[in-house]
Design a protein around this ligand. Structure first.
Ligand code: SAH
Length: 455
């Protein structure tokens, strides 16, 4: 088998990155872009490795029953070029089945669970326009500015006019920025030369409040140029609940945000309501990107609270989970490394008249062991970033008095790895609830409940 060979394949599975998976006559795994489970395709090989190969679907010979019709109006017109979505042409119910399997497979393959207790995934009724945050890179084709999203695995910008997974206000701001870039040309940042000014435009929206925050990421320590440009004085960006900020990022880096924010207009915050709790969100702080499903997620976590327990909410952000569950527990302490998020947490506790929640700023791997040494906590919530928990922290947890762990994760692979360490250390995985926070993409959120075997 060599590069550029062509073959017919039945696709039987899917990778989270959107590649269909088939096997050749010898059983070798072939990842095929543009193919879905149930398709029979004519594929060309692009890369051949010892154990597997990569290919591209040249023709769909028999379409999968899960494939939307090519002219289905729900499919985004740039979905084959843009790296944002992997599953625009994949029936939503099939997406959900696939994600449930993804979680189960990770627990078997990485977590060492024989028969993982995976509950039926909780999906969305309306799986479009759900994202509250858009990060648009800005570039140039040499003649005119480009703004949109990156193509898969590249920094090539695919220009867009709107996006059907983001809140409509994100698309509205994008179109205004496009218009303004024509009316008030400002230098566009060039990644190769590290020259130019405007790098990214970030839009965050409060679904329940309609508040909007627009952040211009600039390769400059001086916001003067952007203030002069007329952008933020434009009628297009005024109105109640509209904040306009500038972020300074002068580093040669792929990291989008720099450290310093300057509010040019408005309060510099947005507010969001999830169920009974109102949250203030500052520009640096993380907040779940799908507010509708965040309520579903937080309700799952809250359902595991028994009333009289002391809880640590590690990786607490702006207090999302801690404040949501506060009414169901004796007390809760949030641990979070981003100072602005901790400030939001403290502010949000007061905003909601919650007196039994407190927040500490620092790394979970340092602060959680300290908390566990000082007091008896019965329940630990873990909601780490994609890379999962520090293994030293997990080692410490298995020697602690914690009887119940609720592990919220956005990456089934690192979750399965960490569950293996916790189950080897004396915890039992009771069940795991997938929640679809990211329709049209290969990502999935989960809530795992673990109990100590011999309390
Ligand atoms: N539970 C929150 C946030 C989860 S996202 C919610 O539901 O909104 C993960 C959070 O962990 C982010 O706020 C991030 O800033 C924080 N974080 C990342 N590494 C950390 C660490 N080592 N210790 C503490 N917090 C960390």
């Amino acid at each position: 088998m060599r590069k550029n060979d062509e073959l017919e394949l039945d696709i039987h599975d899917l990778h989270a990155n959107g590649h269909g998976i088939g096997r050749d006559v010898n059983g070798k795994v072939i990842f095929v872009s543009g193919a879905l489970p149930g398709d029979r395709v004519h594929a060309r090989l692009l890369k051949v490795k010892k154990q597997y190969a990569y290919g591209k679907a040249m023709e769909i010979i028999t379409p999968s029953p899960h494939r939307l019709q090519e002219n289905d109006p729900r499919i985004c017109p740039v979905s084959s070029k843009c790296g944002g979505c992997q599953f625009q042409n994949f029936n939503y119910h099939a997406q959900l089945t696939f994600k449930e399997k993804l979680v189960r497979d990770a627990l078997i393959r990485i977590g060492g669970c024989e028969n993982p207790p995976v509950l039926p995934i909780l999906g969305m009724d309306e799986p479009y326009y759900y994202r509250n945050k858009a990060q648009f890179p800005v570039g140039s084709d040499g003649k005119k500015p480009l703004i949109g999203f990156y193509a898969p695995r590249s920094h090539r910008i695919v220009p867009i006019n709107g996006c059907n997974i983001h809140h409509p206000l994100c698309g509205e701001v994008l179109r205004k920025v496009k218009y303004l870039l024509k009316a008030h040309p400002i230098p566009i940042y060039n990644e190769e030369t590290h020259k130019g000014l405007l790098r990214h435009v970030i839009v965050r929206v409060g679904f329940s409040t309609g508040e909007v925050m627009v952040i211009f990421v600039l390769n400059s320590s001086d916001p003067h140029q952007i203030q002069m440009s007329g952008f933020c004085h434009s009628d297009l960006f005024t109105g109640k609940g509209f904040s306009f900020l500038y972020n300074k990022n002068t580093a040669k880096t792929n990291v989008i945000l720099g450290d310093q924010f300057t509010v040019l207009q408005g309060s510099g915050y947005i507010h969001e309501e999830i169920g009974h709790i109102r949250y203030r969100i500052s520009p640096r702080a993380f907040f779940q990107v799908n507010p509708v499903q965040t309520k579903v997620l937080y309700d799952v976590v809250a359902s595991h609270m028994s009333g009289n327990e002391s809880v640590i909410d590690a990786y607490s952000g702006i207090g999302g989970i801690a404040l949501y569950i506060a009414g169901r527990v004796q007390n809760v302490v949030g641990v979070e490394s981003v100072e602005d998020a901790v400030k939001d947490g403290v502010y949000n506790a007061a905003l909601n008249n919650i007196e039994n929640a407190s927040f500490q700023c620092g790394a979970a791997e340092a602060l959680v062991p300290e908390l566990l040494r000082g007091k008896n906590y019965g329940t630990l919530i873990l909601d780490p970033p994609r890379k999962g928990c520090d293994s030293g922290l997990l080692d410490m947890i298995v020697t602690s008095e914690i009887s119940k762990i609720i592990y919220v994760s956005c990456d089934p692979a690192t979750l399965a790895r960490d569950i293996k360490q916790l189950t080897s250390g004396g915890y039992k995985l009771e069940h795991i609830q997938p929640v679809d926070l990211f329709p049209m993409t290969g990502h999935v959120e989960t809530v795992a409940l673990l109990q100590r075997k011999n309390p």
